[in-house]
Design a binder for this molecule. Sequence first.
Ligand code: HEC
Ligand code: HEC
Length: 202
Amino acid sequence: MSARHWLSLLALALGTHLVGHSDTLDNALQVCATCHGPGGVSVQPKTPHLNGQLPAFFVEAMQAFAKGNRPTAVAEHKTFAADQYASAAKFYAEQRNMVRSKSNTDPAMVLKGEKIYLNRCQDCHLDDGRDSDKDAPLIAAQELEFLVAQTLAFKTGARKFPFLMDDAYRGLSDDELASAAHYFAAQPQIAPAPTGKRKRGK
Ligand code: HEC
Ligand code: HEC
């Protein structure tokens, strides 16, 4: 059975819909699907969802893996063909409506994280992480353990701070940063209907 049929069957079984894929791309993405799921909805712990991610960020992440500018233990991140980055990015971005499973966030951490989000993170990670400025990735409803690890990775220096994000981190403890990760992971993937209540900013 071809990769495409296999993926279509799996998508059917999951009650989901894969859109806009070609056979060539399916073959290339088969290995990615073992961890990130066929449509980018992660099927492994500590593994990020890729569905709905901004294509520009996806391509930058792949380039950073390939150049060794961003650490990864996954060999396939470095060997994936560079001429497939753009079409892979487009494919995953198009799966934005595929439903992610919810991470088990800690309500107390989420509450603490909300304050940090509003004061420190929302300038770039807009709309609770569902929107973006300054090339920030979308991180609402992202997998919790991945988010905690990556949030701390900037503080330890494992990942290089993008422009101005170091300012946002200044003085925050590991626990406070982890709580921001819990906040992002707890956010709905799709914006809830407006209630008329407005959040206070800085
Ligand atoms: C063995 C499991 C595994 C495979 C196979 C795999 N990934 Fe990953 N991927 C991960 C994990 C775990 C992370 C987070 C940790 C890291 O960066 O290594 C990640 C991170 C990423 C990120 C960064 C996402 C973000 O929000 O920062 C991208 C992009 C990505 N993978 C794309 C791919 C693509 C494309 C393929 C196929 C060529 C692939 N991955 C194959 C496990 C995997
Ligand atoms: C000035 C803009 C800006 C601010 C403020 C900011 N970020 Fe970011 N953030 C970015 C950009 C740009 C990236 C992409 C960096 C990269 O991959 O090189 C990023 C990436 C991330 C990632 C990695 C996600 C992934 O999928 O790989 C996490 C986690 C994160 N930010 C958390 C935070 C937290 C928590 C705060 C607040 C304490 C914050 N950011 C404040 C711009 C910002």
